[in-house]
Design a protein around this ligand. Structure first.
Ligand code: SAH
Length: 261
């Protein structure tokens, strides 16, 4: 029995076992998490290399009933640790994880469904302190964008928001032929580890607003792009306003955000 790939669920099953093991081996235990949550295990190609890591308690969350049946049959070790449902609808704080408290750290890993990878990250950004490490495969361009430094076209909202909390590494690329069925795009693996900043140094919600407003009109100067937030008087002489969003690093966005508080 095999799971029939379903396009609308972004199912591209990894066939390349070397790549699969390499992804699992990126789990580093950063900040001593004990629980690992895999998003979208499918037929368990990645899961099989996570489960033997006895230092972690592995949970999986999968939306596809057929995949869940497959996992139940082939991975008895996952007994009681398969969460059937939509990751985007889950509350990270109330996941049915035995013995876990809402504040217990949790690593997230997966060969993400590419169509929802940005939404997965926005979900993680609701509570990054809870998630000390994220290891994932996604569309290569998106992976590159997330890891991109300021000063170029690739740098965008998710780059800034994620780089504010995480140190990010682009680790390796995977060609379409490594999957069944092959996706139309190339894939990339990244690792995000919670940085040592211990908070942004500004109001998080306002920071998100400033970053989003800046990039929503990314060709304009920030003076124009940020107008919709009503510029505080004190900010008007700040030379950062003459720049465009893609030219600012995290610290500079924090500096601007602080004008609103
Ligand atoms: N990890 C497997 C499958 C990757 S394909 C492998 O590498 O082969 C992406 C997987 O995510 C599929 O199994 C799909 O059913 C699942 N998925 C898609 N949307 C999801 C969602 N919203 N929540 C949880 N799982 C989802």
């Amino acid at each position: 029995m095999k799971v029939t790939p379903k396009k609308h669920l972004g199912q591209h099953f990894l066939r390349d076992l070397t790549a699969s093991k390499r992804i699992a081996d990126l789990l580093s235990g950063h900040r001593n998490y004990r629980t690992v949550l895999e998003i979208g295990p499918g037929m368990g190609v990645l899961t099989q290399y996570i489960l033997p890591k006895a230092q972690y308690q592995t949970y999986v969350i999968e939306i596809d009933g057929e995949s869940v049946e497959y996992l139940k049959t082939h991975f008895p070790a996952l007994d009681g640790r398969i969460i059937e449902g939509d990751f985007l609808k889950m509350d990270l704080d109330t996941l049915p994880i035995a013995g876990s408290k809402p504040e217990d750290p949790l690593a997230i890993i997966g060969n993400f469904p590419y169509n929802i990878s940005s939404q997965i990250f926005f979900k993680i950004l609701e509570n990054p302190a809870r998630v000390p490490e994220v290891i994932c495969m996604l569309q290569k361009e998106v992976a590159k964008r997330i890891a991109s430094p300021p000063g170029n076209k690739e740098y965008g909202i998710l780059s800034v928001l994620l780089q504010a909390y995480y140190d990010i590494e682009y680790v390796f690329s995977v060609a379409p032929g490594a999957f069944n069925p092959p996706p139309k795009v190339n894939s990339g693996v990244i690792r995000l580890r919670l940085n040592d900043a211990n908070g942004l140094g500004c109001d998080d919600k306002m920071f998100f607003k400033v970053v989003k407003a800046g990039f929503n009109q990314r060709r304009k100067t920030l003076r124009n792009a940020l107008k919709i937030l009503t510029l505080p008087d004190a900010i008007t002489d700040n030379p950062l306003l003459e720049k465009r969003a893609e030219q600012l690093n995290v610290a500079q966005f924090v500096e601007l955000t602080n004008y609103w508080s």
